[in-house]
Design a protein around this ligand. Sequence first.
Ligand SMILES: NC(=O)c1ccc[n+]([C@@H]2O[C@H](COP(=O)([O-])OP(=O)(O)OC[C@H]3O[C@@H](n4cnc5c(N)ncnc54)[C@H](OP(=O)(O)O)[C@@H]3O)[C@@H](O)[C@H]2O)c1
Length: 304
Amino acid sequence: MQTRALGRTGLSVSAMGFGAASFWGHPAFPEAEARRLVHRALDLGINLFDTGPAYSRGQAEGRLGRALAGRDSSALVVATKAGTRFQGGRVRRDMSLNAIEASLEESLRRLGLEVLPLVHLHGPAASELTPDFLGGLGRLKDRGLFQHLGVNSFDPAVIDAALALPQIDTVMVDINVLRPERVALAARASAAGKGVLAGMPLAMGHTAPSRLHDLRPSSLWYALRALKNHRADISAGRRFRFLHDQPDITGPQALLAWVLGVPGVSAALVGTTRLAHLEDCAAAPGLALPADLAARIAACQARP
Ligand SMILES: NC(=O)c1ccc[n+]([C@@H]2O[C@H](COP(=O)([O-])OP(=O)(O)OC[C@H]3O[C@@H](n4cnc5c(N)ncnc54)[C@H](OP(=O)(O)O)[C@@H]3O)[C@@H](O)[C@H]2O)c1
């Protein structure tokens, strides 16, 4: 597996990261299958795992911790979030320092780690990134709760605010063929010395043919999530269906090759519930996106 430097953190991460989130962490997805995926990811050379206390109805972190138990975690980059938690049937947001401190302590316990290698503030407002707040986070870092701090947001204004802050090491943004405007953002982040992690690199599956005919619980769950939250992306994704009909590269590999070709991106975080899909994606780092596909992607992105 190709590895890349994560900004100026000194960390080296696999170009493909494992997204320990979504249906993978859902109670309806069997724990044994979830564990098998993590172990296969490790075998494939993946050392970057992204999760969060609010992911998968609050179940993802604990599940990842159990899957990694007994494994050598010294070379792993386990990234989690702070500022949100799952409580009372919904995701609750609390960016106070007290809540973050409690959340980090819980994350350490659930993940079975002595220190969190990387923590992303989960959707902070730019106005919350004050010197006082960052100073408080610095004290939590000095306490040994975490090593590197990042910001996860889909709001470019928040990311741009984070780029000016020396306390922020990394940014996690949605980067995929449906978000060409992120190319310039990734370049700015990289120029500012930040590590860039691409979330939703497969555009959450929106470029692929519909899976509604596939009655697996995961397919239904992803299809319902898309219909509920991402109708515009479903429609935009249709333009890129040709990527799934190529002789020498699979659709997910082409999507990942595009993301990993965005200057500044260190790793793409893939979410999957299937071993075959994991292996398919893990073959993408290092693959060159064929020039004709790159040109067709650019042409589709340029269309109004
Ligand atoms: N979604 C968010 O809001 C968000 C926010 C912040 C960070 N992130 C990070 O980004 C990661 C990925 O996000 P995501 O899971 O929402 O989107 P994604 O990785 O872009 O897409 C996941 C979808 O692609 C399918 N898939 C994966 N590999 C495939 C393959 N080889 N062939 C066919 N289908 C394949 C998965 O289905 P199968 O399960 O059937 O493989 C799933 O439906 C998260 O786990 C998290 O770490 C996400």
